[in-house]
Design a protein around this ligand. Structure first.
Ligand SMILES: [Zn+2]
Ligand SMILES: [Zn+2]
Ligand SMILES: [Zn+2]
Length: 285
């Protein structure tokens, strides 16, 4: 069973310092809130590990004791919170099995630069202690070069979502026993090189971001809105990346627009020409 642990963007819903209609809606009914995006593939495999990692365990009654592999799309703080490394040290029941963390070469450089800068001066930082005590292993991966982990064959794919001049986010295609999933958060419209890599994938499942919702005045170069989401689906269909059997989910939604969850879903029902599920926190697949 796979599960969305978070379907929000960096600003969370409700954003702590915001009283817009979407944030107020989620305050009235906390089940309508959106943690920062995280996706649990199975007990051992997690995509992204943001600031609500522990909170998601509380909210959904989950133990992550068996976690072995974490696939980081990029080092924006909503997707990677280094303080989570401390939990590997804090467990009373887990054996000394380390957590293997996969991230881009530039993301790896970023984490190691932080680590090197902090290890002598700030040795009590949880991320630093986790790495120092050999509880966290980092692996740099490269777009276009598949690797094996957690029982999956995994293809990192380049995106247009920029973190720094050195780092752009990776998306990942997971394959196991003829089944495949593309996790496409965060990204803007896909690059030709990435379309080529994924051509004729005929995915079983696609999770694509739709950050800006109804908003069309924001650039879709680094994030999608509802309209670029649909445009991207058309391109994916034309390239054989998805087809009629692909289960399509929309995730990574912020509060900077006007649609509630139901309105976003209604837009997709009316315009997508296929089933698109606007994901919510806790949704199981
Ligand atoms: Zn994000
Ligand atoms: Zn708000
Ligand atoms: Zn980001």
């Amino acid at each position: 069973m796979m599960r969305f642990l978070g379907t929000g963007a960096a600003d969370v819903i409700p954003c702590p310092l915001c009283s817009c209609p979407l944030c107020e809606d989620a305050r009235r009914d906390p089940s309508r809130g959106r943690f920062r995006s995280m996706f649990l593939l199975d007990d051992e495999n997690l995509i992204d590990c943001g600031p609500e990692f522990a909170a998601a365990g509380i909210r959904f009654g989950l133990s992550f004791e068996k976690l072995k592999n974490v696939y980081i799309t990029h080092t924006h703080e909503d997707h990677l919170d280094l303080s989570n490394a401390g939990f590997v040290r804090n467990s009373r029941t887990r054996s000394d099995v380390p957590v293997e963390v996969y991230l881009s070469e530039a993301g790896y450089d970023y984490v190691m630069t932080m680590f090197e800068a902090a290890k002598d001066r700030f040795p009590s930082l949880e991320g630093v202690r986790g790495i120092l005590q050999d509880r966290i292993h980092l692996h740099a991966v490269r777009a276009g070069t598949a690797f094996s982990a957690g029982g999956y064959s995994i293809l990192p794919v380049n995106t247009t979502h920029r973190v720094s001049p050195q780092e752009t986010a990776l998306n990942y295609r997971f394959e196991k026993d003829g089944w495949s999933l593309l996790y496409a958060c965060d990204t803007g419209m896909y690059l030709p090189e990435s379309l080529e890599l994924l051509e004729n994938s005929h995915l079983d499942c696609l999770i694509l971001e739709g950050t800006w919702g109804s908003r069309t005045d924001k650039s879709t170069a680094t994030h999608m809105n509802a309209y670029s989401f649909l445009e991207q689906l058309e391109i994916f269909s034309a390239r054989g990346i998805i087809d009629a059997h692909t289960a399509v989910y929309l995730s990574h939604v912020n509060h900077m627009h006007t649609w509630t969850h139901e309105q976003y879903q209604a837009f997709m029902d009316e315009h997508a020409g296929r089933k698109v599920t606007v994901a919510y926190d806790g949704l199981e697949i």
